[in-house]
Design a protein around this ligand. Structure first.
Ligand code: RB5
Length: 150
Protein backbone atom coordinates (compact mmCIF):
# COMPACT_ATOMS: atom_id res chain seq x y z
CA UNK A 1 0.00 0.00 0.00
CA UNK A 2 1.32 3.44 -0.94
CA UNK A 3 0.15 6.48 1.02
CA UNK A 4 -0.63 9.72 -0.77
CA UNK A 5 -1.28 13.11 0.75
CA UNK A 6 -1.31 16.78 -0.11
CA UNK A 7 -2.35 20.20 1.02
CA UNK A 8 -4.25 22.58 -1.28
CA UNK A 9 -0.99 23.62 -3.03
CA UNK A 10 -0.24 20.04 -4.00
CA UNK A 11 -3.79 18.80 -4.52
CA UNK A 12 -3.81 18.77 -8.34
CA UNK A 13 -0.42 17.05 -8.44
CA UNK A 14 -1.49 14.43 -5.89
CA UNK A 15 -4.59 13.68 -7.97
CA UNK A 16 -2.47 13.24 -11.12
CA UNK A 17 -0.04 10.91 -9.31
CA UNK A 18 -2.93 8.94 -7.80
CA UNK A 19 -4.47 8.36 -11.24
CA UNK A 20 -1.08 7.39 -12.68
CA UNK A 21 -0.37 4.93 -9.87
CA UNK A 22 -3.83 3.35 -9.94
CA UNK A 23 -3.48 2.84 -13.69
CA UNK A 24 -0.33 0.85 -12.96
CA UNK A 25 -2.08 -1.32 -10.39
CA UNK A 26 -0.65 0.19 -7.19
CA UNK A 27 -2.84 0.02 -4.11
CA UNK A 28 -3.12 3.59 -2.87
CA UNK A 29 -4.39 5.05 0.39
CA UNK A 30 -5.34 8.70 -0.03
CA UNK A 31 -5.00 10.69 3.21
CA UNK A 32 -6.38 13.86 1.58
CA UNK A 33 -6.86 16.67 1.10
CA UNK A 34 -9.80 16.19 -1.18
CA UNK A 35 -10.24 19.64 -2.70
CA UNK A 36 -8.37 22.94 -2.98
CA UNK A 37 -9.67 24.45 0.26
CA UNK A 38 -6.71 25.79 2.24
CA UNK A 39 -5.37 23.25 4.72
CA UNK A 40 -2.23 23.21 6.91
CA UNK A 41 0.27 20.66 5.52
CA UNK A 42 1.27 19.18 8.96
CA UNK A 43 -2.28 17.86 9.41
CA UNK A 44 -1.70 15.61 6.40
CA UNK A 45 2.06 14.98 6.71
CA UNK A 46 1.89 13.49 10.22
CA UNK A 47 -0.80 10.81 9.66
CA UNK A 48 0.90 9.82 6.40
CA UNK A 49 4.29 9.59 8.11
CA UNK A 50 2.81 7.53 10.95
CA UNK A 51 1.22 5.14 8.44
CA UNK A 52 4.67 4.57 6.94
CA UNK A 53 6.43 4.09 10.29
CA UNK A 54 3.73 1.66 11.50
CA UNK A 55 4.10 -0.42 8.33
CA UNK A 56 0.50 0.15 7.26
CA UNK A 57 1.92 1.79 4.13
CA UNK A 58 5.20 0.79 2.52
CA UNK A 59 6.09 4.25 1.23
CA UNK A 60 4.38 7.60 0.67
CA UNK A 61 4.26 10.53 -1.66
CA UNK A 62 3.38 13.94 -0.22
CA UNK A 63 2.65 17.05 -2.27
CA UNK A 64 2.38 20.67 -1.21
CA UNK A 65 3.16 23.90 -3.05
CA UNK A 66 6.91 23.36 -2.91
CA UNK A 67 7.24 19.92 -1.28
CA UNK A 68 9.25 21.64 1.44
CA UNK A 69 6.67 22.04 4.19
CA UNK A 70 5.59 18.43 3.78
CA UNK A 71 9.19 17.17 3.99
CA UNK A 72 9.98 19.29 7.05
CA UNK A 73 6.85 18.08 8.87
CA UNK A 74 7.17 14.41 7.86
CA UNK A 75 10.83 14.31 8.93
CA UNK A 76 9.80 15.16 12.51
CA UNK A 77 8.28 11.67 12.81
CA UNK A 78 10.96 9.23 13.94
CA UNK A 79 11.84 6.67 11.32
CA UNK A 80 10.87 8.90 8.43
CA UNK A 81 13.36 9.78 5.72
CA UNK A 82 11.40 12.21 3.55
CA UNK A 83 13.14 13.64 0.49
CA UNK A 84 11.94 16.73 -1.35
CA UNK A 85 12.99 16.28 -4.99
CA UNK A 86 12.50 18.11 -8.27
CA UNK A 87 14.44 15.82 -10.62
CA UNK A 88 14.59 12.14 -11.58
CA UNK A 89 18.21 11.63 -10.53
CA UNK A 90 17.47 12.71 -6.95
CA UNK A 91 14.23 10.69 -6.79
CA UNK A 92 16.20 7.56 -7.75
CA UNK A 93 19.30 8.25 -5.63
CA UNK A 94 17.33 9.06 -2.50
CA UNK A 95 16.12 5.47 -2.64
CA UNK A 96 19.52 3.95 -3.46
CA UNK A 97 21.55 5.94 -0.91
CA UNK A 98 19.13 7.33 1.70
CA UNK A 99 16.49 4.57 1.74
CA UNK A 100 13.97 7.42 1.67
CA UNK A 101 10.48 6.28 2.58
CA UNK A 102 8.60 9.43 1.58
CA UNK A 103 8.97 11.44 -1.63
CA UNK A 104 7.85 15.07 -1.37
CA UNK A 105 6.95 17.03 -4.48
CA UNK A 106 5.99 20.62 -5.20
CA UNK A 107 2.80 21.20 -7.15
CA UNK A 108 3.94 24.75 -7.90
CA UNK A 109 7.43 23.61 -8.87
CA UNK A 110 7.23 20.65 -11.25
CA UNK A 111 4.85 19.44 -13.95
CA UNK A 112 2.66 16.35 -13.68
CA UNK A 113 4.60 14.33 -16.26
CA UNK A 114 7.90 14.77 -14.45
CA UNK A 115 6.25 14.08 -11.09
CA UNK A 116 4.79 10.78 -12.33
CA UNK A 117 8.18 9.74 -13.73
CA UNK A 118 9.81 10.57 -10.38
CA UNK A 119 7.12 8.63 -8.51
CA UNK A 120 7.82 5.60 -10.74
CA UNK A 121 11.55 5.80 -10.03
CA UNK A 122 11.02 6.30 -6.31
CA UNK A 123 8.68 3.33 -6.02
CA UNK A 124 10.77 0.89 -8.07
CA UNK A 125 14.33 1.67 -6.94
CA UNK A 126 15.86 -0.43 -4.16
CA UNK A 127 18.19 0.75 -1.39
CA UNK A 128 21.72 -0.44 -2.16
CA UNK A 129 22.91 -0.78 1.46
CA UNK A 130 26.68 -1.10 2.04
CA UNK A 131 28.23 2.11 3.43
CA UNK A 132 24.84 3.86 3.18
CA UNK A 133 23.43 1.61 5.91
CA UNK A 134 25.99 3.01 8.37
CA UNK A 135 25.00 6.58 7.47
CA UNK A 136 21.30 5.89 7.92
CA UNK A 137 22.02 4.34 11.31
CA UNK A 138 23.93 7.51 12.24
CA UNK A 139 20.87 9.58 11.33
CA UNK A 140 18.64 7.30 13.42
CA UNK A 141 21.08 7.74 16.31
CA UNK A 142 20.60 11.53 16.09
CA UNK A 143 16.84 11.02 16.49
CA UNK A 144 17.44 8.83 19.53
CA UNK A 145 19.86 11.27 21.17
CA UNK A 146 17.61 14.25 20.52
CA UNK A 147 14.58 12.56 22.08
CA UNK A 148 16.63 11.51 25.12
CA UNK A 149 17.65 15.14 25.65
CA UNK A 150 14.07 16.44 25.67
C1 RB5 B 1 0.70 26.82 0.93
O1 RB5 B 1 0.44 28.09 0.45
C2 RB5 B 1 2.18 26.52 0.84
O2 RB5 B 1 2.87 27.26 1.77
C3 RB5 B 1 2.42 25.03 1.04
O3 RB5 B 1 1.75 24.32 0.07
C4 RB5 B 1 3.86 24.57 0.94
O4 RB5 B 1 4.45 25.00 -0.23
C5 RB5 B 1 4.69 24.83 2.12
O5 RB5 B 1 5.86 24.41 2.18
Amino acid sequence: MIALGSDHGGFQLKEAIKKHMEEQGYEVKDFGCFDETSIDYPTIAVPVAKAVVSGECEKAILCCGTGLGMSIAANKVHGIRAACCSDCFSAKLTREHNDANILCLGGRVIGQGLACMMADLFLTTEFIGEQHTRRIRMVAEIEKQESEMS
